[in-house]
Design a protein around this ligand. Structure first.
Ligand SMILES: O=c1nc[nH]c2c1ncn2[C@H]1C[C@H](O)[C@@H](COP(=O)(O)OP(=O)(O)OP(=O)(O)O)O1
Ligand SMILES: [Mg+2]
Length: 449
């Protein structure tokens, strides 16, 4: 389908949010979505509707209207007609509900935020643009109360935005302009929060009924559009964005290791992770000395990640790992890298371990590799994840792959050492793979939006 502005079917129109558009309101924006333009202002009034008086609870009210020249045919003002038309009535209720859904009205205190949405040019999607812009204006007004210490806690729980999607000529499309809207068979509006939750879904198959799979397709379009809108809202009010949604951690991850084998493995294991992965060399920090004086793998991993996070301001992950051998009381453990001395080579460490194990029979040579992954975020938040893999210490070195103790570790379930095994298999079953898998789950919960 040909769309104006050469838009793809899943593409929103260019959006621009201009803050501080008018001078007297407590919050004020001009939102432009393609040719649709809406002035949204928010004004604080120190009183509430009668039904809330003396409850300590606040209220948010919205009004929506179009100026006479907003449409191709001059539209008579409501004030001249003497009544608000049904459509405006319905829309302003929707705007009010949408914004109230993300604000804790108890914490707002006994006051009303008036959100006024005046459409100055209408080219489809005026109600959704009013919600998206109206929220920004309301957030500014509420944030002002918070900054002036008139309220103790910021009562904004989430960002909220709205977008339309519909089916035109049998094709699901996002963000309909007027022309598309007037020939749509199905017309929907999605109001969503930054957490991807729905606040309101409006949909009608006015021209023809729609199927479940079409509904799902429209839903996905709505989700995509709202995600993009919330990014644009956030860019318009970054300070409020940080206060409500937490800091934006960015899309870069630095792997804080001086070990090129680990770097390679971590890079391979995380290759389908939706982040840009950098090495210490990439950020000109290779060769940095970090003192690993923690008492656990986790502690050491965090020491490494913290050091690099402080220097770069980016998300950093580090691995602290080692070999835990049962017959010698768990040694070398956290001292694996310096088992044979401070600057020992992998080979010197292996020789020392073979020597310590020389009289131990096969069944008592059980051991495990341990990897602790430490993650440190730019705001100092951190977490760890641990993975292990069980095996036995061989009597002699076998295989050319890997590094460290790989060629003397016979991995359970395979009659091979990590030195013999295909690196792709190692990266599926290793301690590092297991730790990174857990790290990812935690990362998605805590970091990814
Ligand atoms: O998959 C592995 N295969 C074989 N050996 C391994 C493995 N994973 C850890 N290891 C051994 C190597 C080193 O002797 C010690 C890690 O010491 P550890 O301090 O964590 O690493 P490191 O100093 O080489 O690099 P960095 O601290 O910069 O990440 O355990
Ligand atoms: Mg180290």
């Amino acid at each position: 389908m040909e769309r104006s502005l050469n838009r793809a079917n899943d593409e929103i129109r260019p959006v621009k949010i201009t803050t501080g558009y008018t001078k007297y309101a407590d919050g004020s924006v001009l939102i432009e979505m393609g040719e649709t333009k809406v002035i949204c202002t928010a004004t604080i009034e120190e009183k509430v509707p009668p039904f809330l008086r003396n409850t300590g609870t606040g209220w948010i009210n919205a009004e929506y209207s179009m100026i006479p020249s907003a449409t191709q045919q001059r539209k008579v003002r409501d004030s001249v007609k003497g009544k608000i038309d049904g459509r405006s009535q319905e829309i302003q209720r929707l705007i009010g509900r949408a914004i109230r859904s993300v604000v804790d009205l108890d914490k707002l205190g006994e006051r009303t935020i008036w959100v006024d949405c005046d459409v100055i040019q209408a080219d489809g999607g005026t109600r959704t643009a009013s919600i998206t812009g109206g929220f920004v204006a309301a957030a500014q007004a509420i944030y002002k109360l918070y900054e002036n210490r008139e309220i103790k806690h910021l009562p904004i729980r989430n960002f909220v935005s709205a977008i339309s999607a519909g089916i035109v000529d049998g094709t699901p499309i996002l963000d309909l302009c007027y022309e598309e809207d007037s020939s749509a068979q199905v017309d929907m509006n999605f109001v969503m929060t930054d957490r991807g939750e729905f606040v309101e879904v409006q949909g009608t198959g006015e021209e023809s009924p729609f199927t479940k799979s079409e509904l799902v397709k429209l839903l996905e379009l709505g989700e995509k559009g709202n995600k993009e809108l919330i990014k644009i809202q956030r860019a318009a009010i970054p300070e409020i964005g940080d206060a409500v949604m937490g800091m934006d951690y960015g899309k870069d991850i630095i792997i804080a290791t001086g070990n090129k084998h680990k770097l390679q493995e971590i890079g391979d294991i995380l290759k389908d992770f939706d982040y840009n992965i950098y090495s210490l060399k990439d950020v000109n920090l290779d060769g940095i000395e970090i003192i690993e004086d923690g008492k656990t793998f986790e502690h050491n991993a965090l020491i490494k990640a913290r050091t690099i996070a402080k220097l770069t301001g980016k998300i950093c992950i580090a691995d602290d790992s080692g070999l835990v051998v049962d017959a010698i009381g768990g040694k070398p453990g956290i001292y694996s890298a310096r088992y044979a001395g401070e600057n020992a080579t992998d080979e010197e460490n292996r020789i020392k371990l073979f020597d310590a194990m020389k009289d131990i029979p096969m069944e008592e040579r059980t051991a495990r590799f341990v990897s602790a992954i430490g993650v440190v975020l730019p705001d100092g938040k951190e977490f760890t994840a641990r993975g292990t893999v069980e095996g036995k210490i061989a009597f002699e070195e076998k295989g050319e792959n890997g590094f460290g103790y790989d060629n003397m570790f016979i991995v359970d379930g395979y009659d091979m050492t990590f030195g013999e095994i295909d690196p792709e298999i190692k990266n599926r079953i290793s301690h590092r793979a297991n730790a990174l898998k857990k790290m990812r789950e935690e990362f998605i919960k805590r970091v990814v939006r």
